[in-house]
Design a protein around this ligand. Structure first.
Ligand code: FES
Length: 126
């Protein structure tokens, strides 16, 4: 089985605990979609940047995904709340609509890397 391909995104210190996240892009079935990485309880978490309520990006300022307490991820449009560990909806208009689509990221040699996994691929692969 081929090893999963790692896509280098940024220095590990670019994403602080419960602070500003890192936006990046992936291809989903050939379409460019937004994605993001945040750090929660020391762990990197990444998701497609698309609210489960309406298909819009979540951040209220570019890269700002956490609520005021740094506890939940919040959608700027109508206030849906998501668990930063799993992406599950925990309140608001996302209720009953699932949650955020998780992506896998790892921290390696001081870098944040996205682990490419179908159906998501890296832009620029032709
Ligand atoms: S679009 Fe995110 S809560 Fe409505």
């Amino acid at each position: 089985m081929a090893a999963a391909r790692l896509v280098d995104l940024a220095s590990a210190d670019a994403v602080e605990e419960a602070g500003r996240g890192l936006r990046f892009e992936v291809l989903e079935a050939g379409q460019r979609v937004g994605a993001f990485v945040v750090r929660h309880r020391g762990q990197l978490r990444a998701f497609v940047n698309r609210c489960a309520h309406v298909a819009v990006e979540l951040d209220w300022q570019p890269g700002e995904f956490f609520d005021a307490e740094g506890r939940w991820l919040i959608c700027a449009t109508h206030g849906a709340l998501y668990d930063p560990d799993s992406g599950a909806c925990v309140g608001g208009p996302c209720r009953g609509r699932g949650g955020l689509k998780p992506l896998k990221v790892v921290e390696q040699d001081g870098r944040i890397c996205w682990v490419e996994q179908p159906p998501f691929t890296a832009p620029g692969d032709g």
